[in-house]
Design a binder for this molecule. Structure first.
Ligand SMILES: NC(=O)c1ccc[n+]([C@@H]2O[C@H](COP(=O)([O-])OP(=O)(O)OC[C@H]3O[C@@H](n4cnc5c(N)ncnc54)[C@H](O)[C@@H]3O)[C@@H](O)[C@H]2O)c1
Length: 178
């Protein structure tokens, strides 16, 4: 998964970057060290960015010195490095907000899978054979499996599209684990 952290050099942001990097995800940070502008050298957060890059490598962590208040720059960033499907859904909503609406946001049927389906994909598409035992009894308390129905969101925001399919998501997870 590709994770976006804003304020990536700050106290919370830098810890969030490390958290997701430790979990095997790649991280894109946005921080222009505005903290130094406000607080002088004592507020400089560039050392945090450098330390994360040193520890996790430039391939897995990239920081972009963008001012989050600059709408054009932020939109260009998303155009170039996105899409981040969920963030992108919020962006579409903000362009054309609907009053009092509630939407489902998820992967729909085509981007959801049961454990058995994932095991099958790992075997067929990636040659990864998992050792497992199948017991034909459901766990007590299990409920019916529901898929999110995004038809309402898609109807209201037809420009928004899911850009990653299930196989690509699984591939990213495998890559992140290497
Ligand atoms: N630290 C806490 O205990 C705490 C608790 C609750 C909520 N928060 C909130 O979480 C957020 C982050 O807190 P923090 O303690 O990590 O702050 P911080 O000052 O350590 O980090 C903020 C980072 O954002 C960057 N930044 C600021 N304005 C920017 C801009 N316009 N464009 C790009 N980068 C910009 C700064 O350079 C800095 O590195 C804040 O909104 C804060 O109010 C913090």
């Amino acid at each position: 998964m590709k994770v976006l952290i804003t304020g990536s050099g700050g106290l919370i942001g830098s810890e969030s970057c490390k958290f997701f990097l430790e979990k095997g995800h790649n991280v894109l940070g946005i921080d222009n060290n505005l903290r130094k502008y406000f607080f002088g050298n004592a507020g400089d957060t560039s050392g945090n960015i450098a330390a994360i890059q040193r520890n996790y490598g430039n391939e897995r962590f990239k920081n972009y010195s963008i001012d989050l208040r600059e709408r054009k720059e932020v939109i260009n960033f998303f155009k170039k490095l996105g899409p981040f499907d969920v963030v992108n859904a919020f962006w579409h909503f903000i362009q054309n907000p609907k009053q009092g609406e509630a939407y489902n946001l998820g992967g729909c049927k085509e981007n959801s899978a049961s454990i058995l389906e994932v095991i099958n994909i790992l075997d067929k598409d990636f040659g990864l054979k998992l050792k497992y035992t199948y017991i034909d009894n459901n766990r007590i308390g299990d409920h019916i499996c529901y898929y999110s129905d995004m038809s309402k969101f898609k109807r209201d925001f037809p420009e928004w599209k899911i850009t990653r399919n299930l196989k690509e998501i699984i591939e990213e997870i495998i890559e992140g684990k290497k």
